[in-house]
Each structure stands twice: as structure tokens, then as C-alpha cells.
Design a protein around this ligand. Structure first.
Ligand code: ATP
Ligand code: NAG
Ligand code: NAG
Length: 281
């Protein structure tokens, strides 16, 4: 498998055996729960990178140490199967091979943002994501439907549900977003708070959802990164407030993204929790 000639990629790094349990949820301290699957995998960031390089055709050598135990023996075999030189993979009696106990909780939701979008997106992305979240231009690339209104976004949502999405969110800039799901296949528009962008390279007069006017800003790239702010907020609320309705999660995420459009830069415009109205949390 590996190329002939001298070693081109040497990786000094970790090599871990992953012990993976699939469960519906994480156990509480001291609790025993039933899992539905268990498997052992080869992991460790260093080893993973070495394997990927080898599989792309690089002549590779791994420098690491494993225990003189069955996990260590198996890992050395795994390196050999992938064409990686193991002459510097040590084995020690003094310690066990590193293991990582991983519990994969099926409540962890998958949020997929198809950016940058390609018309020929692998169809598995539609079916595997719990939430498929795109903006107007991504929606058009994926479906061919130009999006200029919440109604258009609803049409996109219906097409993406037909492709196997469970839930779709189309963001619409100042218009907020439209959501639709298999359970409620009627598009729902969730507007963002009033923010008046006078000119994308000029002055912004912003009014938050509490009705108080926020400062005017003269900046060039104020709107950059609102989509990522929105998706990040969505992930935060889904992970930490699993009981909130999706409409409420979107309303709060709209608010946070609309705060981000009032400051300059991308990450520099993303608000901190301490600076936001506390009733969001
Ligand atoms: N002018 C605005 N006023 C209020 N909210 C906004 C405004 N622009 C963006 N938002 C908020 O940000 C979210 C994402 O915006 P948008 O649909 O423009 O994403 P995007 O095109 O991916 O953004 P960007 O290109 O800036 O990264 C919107 O759903 C909305 O909540
Ligand atoms: C949507 O996101 C893409 C990145 O995938 C970006 O290039 C594009 O400008 C965004 N569209 C809108 C309407 O902001
Ligand atoms: C969510 O709701 C369930 C069932 O109503 C409840 O047991 C749980 O404590 C709630 N979780 C949070 C984080 O509020």
C-alpha cells in the first residue's frame, strides 16, 4: 500500500484504543444503563493522522509506545496492515496501552450546515442530519429554487424534506428564518428582531427584540459571519436546553445572530453570554 523510497511522513503522537459504547443517553454517576452496541476501534490523533497519510499513499513511520498487552499487539498489527513502518513503535511492560472509553449518546443531535454548498451534495447528508440548516444562496444551489422570501424558503424546505431531511432551517438574513420538519410539514417563519441595515458598507441602526435601540455603527463587514453565529447559537441551545421548542431555540438564535450583525468583524462580533439579556438562558 505504501509508496516505495524513503519515509516521507513521520508522526510522533498518540496511539489509543477506543472502547466505544452506544447508548440512548449518558449514565448518571453510579448508574448502570443498557447499551445497544459496543466496539473496539483504533484511535489517537497521532495514529489517525499517520493512517490517513498512509492511505493517501505516503510512506509513513509512526513513533509511539504501546503496552505489552493485547491492545498494543493489535495496534502494531493495525499499523502494519496500513503499510506503516513500526520499527519505532515501542512496547513496554511498565504501562498499559492507552484506551479511551467513549460513550456515544444517541441524544446528541447532528446539525449540518452545507457551506460551501455543492449541487451534487452526497444525499446521505440529507438523511443523516437531525437539522439541516442553510442560507438563501446555499438553498438555491441545492434545490435550484431562488430564495427571496419566507414563502420561497418554505418551498425549499419541502424539497429538502422530500430528500430525507428530518428538519430544515433556511436563514433569511434580516428576515430571520423559516423552519419545517417531518413532524410539522408546514413552513413556519420565525422573524428576527428589527434591525435596519441602511447599507452593507454604511451605517447600521439596530433595534433589539426588547425594543431598545442599540448603537449605530459605521463598518464595512458588519454582516459577515451572522450565519455561523446563528448555527453556533442553535447548537448551544439544542445541547443545553433540550426541552425548548425548536421555535424558541430559533427565536433565541435569531436574537444572538442579530446582535452579531451590530459589531464589526466575524468572531469579534460574536457576543458573550455575560453581555446578553439573561432571560435568553
Ligand atoms: N440584518 C439582520 N437583522 C437581524 N438579524 C439578522 C440580520 N442579518 C442576519 N441576521 C440573523 O443572522 C441569521 C443568519 O443570517 P443570514 O441568513 O444572512 O446568514 P448567512 O448568509 O450565512 O450570513 P453571513 O453571510 O453573514 O455569514 C439570520 O437568520 C438572522 O437570525
Ligand atoms: C450563504 O453562505 C455562503 C457560504 O456558504 C456565503 O458565501 C453566502 O454569501 C451566504 N449567502 C447570503 C445570502 O448571505
Ligand atoms: C426536560 O423535561 C424532562 C421531562 O419533562 C425533565 O425530566 C427534565 O428534567 C427536563 N430537562 C431540563 C434540562 O429542563
Amino acid at each position: 500500500m505504501a509508496a516505495a523510497g524513503p519515509t516521507e511522513v513521520v508522526v510522533v503522537g498518540s496511539c489509543m484504543t477506543d472502547l466505544v459504547s452506544l447508548t440512548t443517553r449518558l449514565p448518571k454517576a453510579g448508574e448502570t444503563i443498557h447499551g445497544h452496541k459496543f466496539f473496539i476501534g483504533f484511535g489517537g490523533k497521532g495514529a489517525n493522522q499517520c493512517i490517513q497519510a498512509a492511505r493517501l499513499g505516503a510512506k509513513t513511520l509512526m513513533i509511539c509506545k504501546v503496552g505489552k498487552d493485547s491492545f498494543g499487539n493489535d495496534y502494531i498489527e493495525n499499523f502494519k496492515r496500513n503499510g506503516i513502518s513500526t520499527e519505532f513503535v515501542g512496547q513496554t511492560e511498565d504501562a498499559a496501552t492507552g484506551t479511551a472509553s467513549i460513550i456515544v449518546n444517541s441524544e446528541v443531535k447532528t446539525l449540518f450546515n452545507p457551506a460551501p454548498a455543492h449541487a451534487e451534495l452526497d444525499p446521505q447528508f440529507y438523511t443523516h442530519a437531525d437539522i439541516f440548516c442553510c442560507n438563501e444562496s446555499e438553498a438555491e444551489i441545492l434545490t435550484g429554487i431562488p430564495v427571496g422570501s419566507p414563502e420561497d424558503a418554505g418551498k425549499v424546505g419541502l424539497v429538502l424534506l422530500e430528500r430525507g431531511c428530518k428538519r430544515v432551517i433556511v436563514t433569511l438574513g434580516a428576515e430571520g428564518c423559516v423552519m419545517i420538519s417531518v413532524d410539522e410539514p408546514i413552513p413556519k417563519h420565525v422573524p428576527a428582531g428589527k434591525v435596519r441595515a441602511v447599507d452593507t458598507t454604511g451605517v447600521y441602526m439596530s433595534i433589539n427584540t426588547l425594543g431598545t435601540a442599540l448603537e449605530c455603527q459605521k463598518i464595512e463587514d458588519s454582516l459577515q459571519g451572522a450565519g455561523d453565529s446563528f448555527v453556533g447559537a442553535l447548537a448551544f441551545f439544542m445541547a443545553y436546553y433540550p426541552n425548548l421548542s425548536m421555535e424558541e431555540v430559533i427565536r433565541r438564535s435569531n436574537f444572538i445572530a442579530s446582535v452579531s450583525v451590530q459589531a464589526s468583524g466575524t468572531q469579534s462580533s460574536y457576543p458573550f453570554r455575560k453581555d446578553l439579556p439573561q432571560d435568553l438562558f
